[in-house]
Ligand binder design. Structure first.
Ligand code: A3P
Length: 347
């Protein structure tokens, strides 16, 4: 039965055909999977509850939200922003905690509604919820409840598209939106849904990639997500970052971020941030969350962890010539006025 979100979009259950073709390769959600129309966002069935809660959530002017489609490099930017704002002199003892414990993801609430929830090993986050929000229940989500009581400035992450956020959100809050070549995004995404036990994806890469470009994969569709950010690019509270630019010249991007955030870091502090956020430094810490049991250790040992390769252009080692051609056409048909060639060799 269709229902409306507070934002006006319509929520519809996914079709039986989708469940049979796509859903069967993913972990089963207790409340099923829905599409949010008209764009057709494919989200867990519990998402309407949290999306409506998000409309009541009070953003603050000192907040910083890192946004982007999953697997665009958002954790890298989260760590960069957190370190710039909280640890530029490398003296903050909290820096030892996983970045996802220090900087909460708004959209993570909707991910927890899986059948084997209690086996996922999210013990540390449940403990933090109990400590920060006594009497609050985990069924009401972690992120928004904890963020409500968190002192500022709060640095958050969010994978929801712009249209699902509160209307005045961007006027109140600084937002950094991260973009990445969708060919690398889909390769990274496939790895992610296999190593994270919340998804436990069982299909092949070819199948996953085809569902992704046909707007049928969980968290799709890709292009409206990116275009909704691109359209807002002249808003003074929005800063766009390309993963490929970060890879090509991190320091230049750091200076732009410093200006956007008003952090005014000195030369040594900038170097500290660069050092802490290097791929090898971040990878050496393990996973971005303390609850390592929520990851499939055996796949991670064989095929790489959360910090998999951290490069631009790795799609060349994975995409078949046919799939590459299909993605080129898909990019050409959808890129619109985003003046990016998504060609790592030219960046
Ligand atoms: P790969 O799987 O291609 O290695 P997100 O944080 O949005 O989920 O994106 C994850 C991707 O960003 C992964 O890509 C991950 O390795 C990469 N990444 C994370 N930290 C990075 C860093 N410090 N430098 C470069 N890439 C990084």
């Amino acid at each position: 039965m269709a229902r409306k979100l507070l934002t006006g979009q319509v929520v519809q259950e996914v079709s039986e055909e989708w469940k049979e073709r796509v859903g069967k390769d993913l972990q089963e959600y207790k409340q099923g999977v829905v599409r949010i129309l008209p764009e057709g966002w494919i989200y867990p069935g519990v998402s309407p509850f949290f999306l409506d809660k998000l409309q009541q959530f009070q953003f603050r002017t000192e907040d910083v939200v890192v946004m982007g489609y999953p697997k665009c490099g958002s954790t890298w930017v989260q760590e960069t922003v957190w370190t710039m704002m909280n640890n530029p002199d490398l003296t903050n003892p909290h820096a030892e905690e996983g970045i996802w414990n220090r900087s909460l993801e708004i959209s993570s609430d909707m991910l927890m509604d899986v059948v084997n929830y209690d086996e996922l090993g999210l013990d540390s986050i449940i403990k933090i919820l109990g400590k920060m929000c006594p009497g609050k229940s985990k069924e009401d989500g972690f992120a928004l409840q904890m963020l409500e009581v968190m002192p500022g400035p709060r640095i958050m992450k969010c994978h929801y598209a712009f249209e699902l956020m509160p209307l005045d959100f961007l006027d109140k809050t600084k937002v950094i939106y991260v973009l990445r070549n969708p060919k690398d995004t889909v390769v990274s995404f496939y790895h992610y849904v296999r190593i994270v036990r919340l998804y436990d994806y069982k299909g092949s890469f070819e199948k996953f990639a085809k569902e992704f470009i046909n707007d049928q994969m969980l968290f799709g569709p890709y292009w409206p997500h990116v275009h909704q950010a691109w359209r807002r690019r002249s808003h003074p509270n929005l800063h766009l970052i390309f993963y490929e630019d970060l890879k090509a010249d991190f320091m230049t991007q750091l200076h732009l971020l410093d200006k956007f955030l008003g952090t005014n870091l000195g030369t040594q502090q900038m170097q500290n941030v660069q050092h802490i956020t290097e791929f090898t430094s971040m990878k050496s810490k393990g996973t971005p969350i303390t609850d390592t049991a929520s990851f499939n250790q055996s796949i991670m040992e064989k095929e790489g962890g959360f910090y998999r390769k951290g490069v631009a252009g790795d799609w060349k080692n994975t995409l078949s010539p046919e799939l590459n051609q299909e993605m080129d056409k898909w990019i050409k048909d959808n890129i619109g006025d985003i003046p990016i060639k998504w060609d790592d060799e030219k960046r």
